[in-house]
Design a protein around this ligand. Structure first.
Ligand code: CDP
Length: 249
């Protein structure tokens, strides 16, 4: 992220390096219930990102002294696999993953009904298997699906998306080269029902008008992501036999 890039990110027709229009999302695929042992799980492919989320709980708080008699403790671990990026990533937590875990947990604390489960812990793990920018958004989107899959009561399903600026233009959903060589990147997450912004970050520079446009784009992007989340959950949990009669499938 820095000044105007030496590498052209838009072609003469205004198309992006992967052929997308300025306001176009990368292809997104979602699935829930992908892990047997977890209480809830989800897999999200978002452009070149591949992310898996697992939820355990509400369960016993460990270490015990962290227990809160008024509400559940929510934990969130964002982790990048060593093979998820071009250069091998050193395994284990680093400043970046600790920051992403913190802001993602805070986003989910706005919607998860923690007050229903005092003296318990809800663990959310997200593993980035393949990274191509926007992994914190893909991770939070997957985590929210996994929480829903675990049947944990929530006010809403959090959806995330980034917008930013490349070659002087405001664009939706930056990929790696656009994030690296572009001028700004602004990941956000929303609670779609209320419209509340539950995560907001920005890297780089934009004018006020560009910022307003990027915010609108990112919120619209997150709403599209939320539609896919809802379809994914509906598909998984749809009742195929309402008659209650014989079903020999
Ligand atoms: O992934 P996200 O956009 O949320 O976070 P970022 O810190 O802006 O990182 C952007 C991208 O840089 C990641 O998605 C990875 O593709 C890449 N990256 C990397 O190659 N090695 C790292 N240690 C961290 C990030």
């Amino acid at each position: 992220m820095g000044g105007k890039s030496e590498v052209p990110l838009l072609d003469k027709n205004g198309k992006r390096i992967d052929g997308r229009d300025l306001e176009e999302l990368r292809p997104v695929k979602m699935e829930v219930g992908v892990l047997k042992k977890a209480d809830g799980s989800a897999y999200v492919e978002w452009g070149g990102n591949k992310v898996i989320a697992a939820v355990y709980g509400p369960r016993e708080v460990l270490p015990k002294h962290l227990a809160n008699p008024y509400k559940a403790v929510l934990k969130y671990r964002y982790n990048m696999a060593p093979f998820s990026v071009d250069d091998r990533k050193r395994p284990g937590p680093d400043r970046r993953s600790i920051e992403i875990s913190k802001i993602s947990r805070e986003a989910l604390e706005r919607v998860v009904m923690l007050e229903y489960f005092p003296n318990t812990m809800i663990d959310v793990f997200v593993e980035i298997l393949q990274a191509d920018a926007g992994t914190r958004c893909a991770a939070l989107t997957a985590a929210s699906l996994a929480l829903a899959d675990a049947g944990i009561p929530m006010r809403d399903v959090v959806a995330a998306c980034a917008a930013g600026k490349i070659d002087g233009k405001v664009v939706l959903d930056l990929k790696k080269e656009e994030d690296n060589y572009g001028e700004a990147d602004m990941p956000i997450a929303i609670s779609p029902r209320t419209g509340e912004i539950v995560l907001f970050q920005m890297d780089g520079l934009m004018t006020k008008d560009e910022y307003m446009k990027a915010l609108r784009l990112a919120v619209e992007g997150a709403r599209k992501i939320n539609e896919i989340q809802k379809e994914t959950l509906k598909d998984k949990y749809k009742i195929t036999n309402l008659s209650g009669g014989d079903n020999n499938e």
